[in-house]
Design a protein around this ligand. Structure first.
Ligand code: NAP
Length: 438
């Protein structure tokens, strides 16, 4: 079916898996409405997969050779994932003058500049809303709606798997391994969960968000990364006792000199404590949320499903509509904005608060020695709590000390931690968490 009187745009769909099959469904089911929204009928000319046998492609021609679908396409939708051959196929599509829609965060974080430059040079659109936080319209909001503002900081829960794991460790008291197993049973985590739990997936998204938000180029290699594999039930309990929740955060921030000039950007991904009253603390299950701070707008919160075929297809088809409109009008949308060219700074320059948990000798004078080490690095202590001892270790002459600092640099904190570890009455620095959102 097609809407009479409208031109036809040819769409090639590379990949028909979790997301691609839902995109194919939406393009078929919503064909007339989409045509009226775009001002053109969208004709799905072919889909590419690796294993077509015995599958239903809604009557659309299927091939195992994705490159064969590119010549003649107006819009190429890459939903295969991975670096190769997705990268060459996207460049080929741009070379053929097609607009490109992709959800491939790994590729964009690794090689985005090559793709953006090729698209700019060819004067074609390259859209990637689904690459960050699934259905949440954060890319377009940062790229277009906030283009008149200055984004200063973004705190995001951009990986649903790790949010699910930490949420169920928090609410059900599950140990880490059990929470991961449950996420795998529900299809939230892969059989090999490394990309999620070690923070690689979130780091890709942080790089993309930092690039758009700060009009600068940030690659995945610029993102500091810590996974959630070391988070223990004891960490969760300590956080709760202090009024915090442990969340898997991506933090991107603009760093300014004392005079106010920008000196760079920092992107980091790690588990962090957020106050229980912060909007990010109530993001549960596998949901995503992005909390944006901008100079004029103030604080904005975007919330929704960060993955899944159906939600993600909403973002992809939204991009297809935007690309189609650009095609119809002859005016492509905004390209890459990198004019600020801010350097990516190391995590050592980041400033935040910290929670440290120490096992120390339970005798007078110890606290003074610990406090002196913090003072030597210019870090002031906000709060000290002595937690009741685990019955298993009670009687060993050690106390569990929880220290929350005021704002300090990561460098100063690291130096303090290594000196603490050498201090005689300190048996162990059990954990260190950054505290965000205060
Ligand atoms: P998927 O289920 O693994 O689907 C990949 C599709 O690409 C499959 O149809 C596969 O064919 C096809 N394919 C892969 N390599 C191919 C090749 N060399 N030639 C032809 N076809 C090939 O992946 P997905 O979950 O839909 O993810 C697609 C993209 O969306 C990825 O970049 C992912 O990061 C991104 N994304 C996914 C989600 C999500 O919730 N799943 C959310 C946001 C973003 P077969 O069907 O024959 O295997």
């Amino acid at each position: 079916m097609s809407v009479p009187g409208l031109p036809t745009l040819r769409v090639a769909l590379l990949g028909y898996g979790v997301v691609g099959s839902e995109v194919g469904r939406l393009l078929a089911v919503e064909a007339d409405d989409l045509a009226l929204r775009c001002g053109a009928n969208l004709e799905l000319t072919g889909v590419a997969v690796r294993h077509p046998a015995g599958r239903d492609f809604r009557g659309v021609p299927v091939t195992t050779d994705p490159a064969s679908l590119i010549p003649g396409a107006d819009i190429v939708v890459e939903l295969m994932g991975g670096i190769d051959p997705a990268r060459e196929l996207i460049l080929d599509a741009i070379g053929h003058g097609a607009a490109v829609v992709t959800a491939n965060k790994a590729l964009l974080a690794q090689d985005g500049p090559t793709l953006y430059e090729a698209a700019d040079k060819a004067g074609v659109d390259l859209y990637y809303e689904a690459a960050v936080a699934g259905a949440i319209p954060i890319v377009r909001a940062m790229r277009e709606s906030l283009a008149g503002d200055t984004v200063t900081r973004v705190l995001g829960i951009v990986n649903g798997t790790t949010n699910y794991v930490l949420d169920h460790m928090t609410r059900d008291g599950l140990p880490y391994g059990e929470a991961v197993r449950r996420a795998q049973e529900l299809g939230y985590a892969e059989a090999d969960p490394t990309a999620d739990v070690e923070g690689f997936d979130a780091a890709s998204k942080a790089a993309i968000l930092a690039s758009i938000g700060f009009h600068t180029r940030v690659g995945i290699g610029d993102v500091y990364r810590e996974g959630i594999t070391g988070v223990t039930p004891e960490d969760i309990a300590t956080a709760r006792a202090g009024g915090y929740v442990v969340k898997p955060l991506a933090v991107i921030e603009r760093v300014r000199e004392a005079g106010g000039a920008d000196s760079g950007v920092i992107a980091r991904v790690h588990p962090a404590l957020v106050p229980a009253a912060h909007p990010l603390a109530s993001v549960r299950e596998a949901y995503n949320a992005v909390f944006v701070e901008a100079e004029a707008a103030g604080q904005l919160m975007f919330y929704g499903p960060g993955a899944g075929g159906r939600p993600t297809s909403s973002a992809v088809v939204g991009d297809i509509v935007a690309a189609a409109r650009g095609r119809v009008s002859g005016h492509p949308g905004p390209g890459e904005s990198k004019y600020a060219a801010l350097p990516a700074l190391g995590v050592g320059r980041a400033t935040t608060r910290y929670q440290l948990r120490l096992k120390v000798a339970d005798r007078p004078g110890v606290l003074a020695g610990v406090a002196r080490l913090f003072a030597e690095q210019g870090i002031s202590i906000n709060e000290v709590r002595q937690r009741s001892l685990d019955p298993a270790t009670a009687g060993d002459g050690l106390a569990d000390l929880v220290i929350i600092t005021h704002v300090a640099t990561d460098d100063a904190l690291r130096t303090t931690v290594s000196r603490l570890a050498e201090l005689d009455p300190v048996a162990a620095v059990t954990s260190v968490f950054r505290v965000e959102g205060l």
